[in-house]
Design a protein around this ligand. Structure first.
Ligand SMILES: Nc1ncnc2c1ncn2[C@@H]1O[C@H](COP(=O)(O)OP(=O)(O)OP(=O)(O)O)[C@@H](O)[C@H]1O
Length: 252
């Protein structure tokens, strides 16, 4: 079966820093895949490269079997099947537009009648526990948790087959974090979406991912099925990370 994302020998430097240093990964179609690692290990850079927002110095990325291309047309085409949820959702919402405008843009991009977009949006907002009236608000009028769910709603409205979420629960109350993860997991299963979760939080990845990769200093130090990766880590760095999350190694 074709992988949703395959990355081969990705290299990317920012001056002296090797943000990606020979990263190779295969993310199976329809799976939930976690990318973990401490701050600065290269997780966000990898996500940006996969989205085509950052060019590699060397290496290759394939999305659903096709080589990743750059340029406006390729970026636009890719938005139809791969969608990001960025760490700071408020930053991706235009401050001067009501949320309705942001959602209506999706209908235009998909060349879908507005009524059909609104109907799908209604279902998605309901699913995410957002009141329908949220669309009449400006981004500064909603809470951080709502902004994150609005960003997820917009991403889902695009009907992606791959969703990449960078720290999807950052800044949310612990009580809401579990709900959001369960919801993402439900949506992934019912819509057969490949979900990539990027997080420094091992507990989140342990909870919902099937496979994961551990990154350090731009390299993948270890990757595999989550149970064995966290149950019997082979790499010293994975063990070190796990030691900081005792509840993760205990939860088998
Ligand atoms: N635009 C940039 N210019 C210069 N250096 C950068 C840039 N983006 C990232 N880096 C550097 O590349 C390395 C990897 O950063 P990256 O943001 O990918 O890490 P991360 O694992 O996502 O961290 P975090 O969990 O804090 O978001 C870091 O050393 C960072 O300082």
């Amino acid at each position: 079966m074709t992988d949703a994302i395959s990355i081969s020998q990705a290299q990317l430097r920012f001056g002296e820093t090797a943000a990606l240093d020979g990263v190779s990964l295969a993310i199976p179609n329809g799976s939930c895949f976690g990318i973990v690692g401490e701050s600065g290990s290269g997780k966000t850079t990898l996500m940006r490269a996969v989205l085509g927002l950052q060019k590699l110095d060397r290496g290759e990325i394939r999305i659903l079997g096709k080589p990743l291309l750059h340029g406006r047309a390729a970026l636009k085409e890719r938005a139809g099947f791969i969608q990001p949820i960025f760490q700071d959702p408020a930053a991706s919402l235009s401050p001067r537009s009501r949320i309705r405008t942001l959602m209506d843009e999706v209908g235009t991009v998909l060349r879908e009648p507005l009524a059909a977009t609104h109907e799908r949006l209604h279902v998605i907002l309901n699913r995410l526990g957002l009141p329908p009236g949220v669309v009449d608000k400006y981004p500064h009028e909603i809470s951080g948790g709502q902004a994150r769910r609005v960003a997820i709603a917009r991403a889902l409205l695009m009907k992606p087959s791959i969703l990449i979420a960078d720290e999807p629960t950052a800044g949310l109350d612990v009580s809401v974090q579990g709900d959001l993860l369960n919801l993402l997991q439900d949506i992934r299963r019912s819509q057969h979406i490949t979900l990539v979760i990027i997080s420094h939080n091992l507990a989140i990845v342990r909870l919902i991912a099937e496979n994961a990769a551990v990154m350090r200093a731009g390299k993948v130090v270890e990757a595999g099925e989550v149970g064995s990766l966290f149950g019997s880590p082979q790499d010293a760095y994975t063990r070190e990370l796990l030691a900081a999350w005792p509840s993760v190694s205990a939860a088998k």
